[in-house]
Ligand binder design. Sequence first.
Ligand SMILES: CSC[C@H]1O[C@H](OP(=O)(O)O)[C@H](O)[C@@H]1O
Length: 347
Amino acid sequence: MLDAPGAPDRKIAALRWDGERLTLLDQTLLPSEERWITLTGAQDTADAIARLAVRGAPNIGIAAAYGLAMAVSVDPSPAAVREAAATLSGARPTAVNLAYAVDRVLDAAMGAIGELGERAAPAAARAEAEALHSEEYLAAAEIARLGADLLRGRRRILTHCNTGALAAPGAGSALGVIAELAARNPAVTVLACETRPLLQGARLTAWELQRLGIPCELVVDGAAAGLIRTGAVDAVVVGCDRIAANGDVANKVGTYAHALAAAAAGIPFVVAGPTSTLDLATPDGDGIPVEERHADEVLGFGGASIAPDGVAVRNPAFDVTPAELITAIVTERGVVRAPFGENLAAL
Ligand SMILES: CSC[C@H]1O[C@H](OP(=O)(O)O)[C@H](O)[C@@H]1O
């Protein structure tokens, strides 16, 4: 099985599709265990997205697309198709890729039903999901190329959360840029922020970079600003979960702090992501829904409690970085700079 229809098999893939079933590398178990799970439809796929067994904006969308395609194969009636789409769309609120992907497959299924009847819906839904997967695979390669061109000569790169093959097809988004930069310049090194509370940086990015053979130093999130201030970082490169029409970007919580530090230090702060993450219907960052996750994620990890019983918790999973702090947004259609509003609309 390949990680994308027609794509060359890769060492790391977060999900695989065999034409009928979606299998996921359960990312909640990494790096200690590599366990693949097989899904059957909308509910188990939505559950996997909600608990971050599969995660990362593009891969959330692709998983949901295949989850809907599997559901349509079971029951292609319009009511069942719409219910399955709603189940999947409700899995997580921030990454616009989820709604984008579900809407594409839903439209394909409903269009087939309208034109040819319910029996045509499964093939139409499957084809749309596979088309999206292939598009995202190709987008990742172009983002890596354009991002590495942009950052030519930058060596010490700080990144946040996980944006590699575990988050998006192919080489990923921001980590794909970093991998291409490292392929062109062996002196490239990465400062990977651990990314509390679910530790996507410590558990996933460090794991990916080790497998890619790219030097990486793991840092606690709170160390990033000081390292940037003292000149230890040449550029910050991060992913995105939703880009508003004015260029404000929602990304993993902690990203805004890195943007502030980068601006204060005068180094580039670069966002990388496919245009499936662009939400021109949302005027600015204030309109982006920021997922608030369960307090337990903050109160402990791996079964160990790290806070007193009864303490109150806030656990926003994302924050919004204003466009004025962003040097450039690297998409597969080109590198976008300020004025972001008109330049994003022109993509
Ligand atoms: C390539 S998109 C990766 C993006 O998604 C992550 O969030 P989560 O791990 O909660 O899915 C994070 O915001 C990354 O930048």
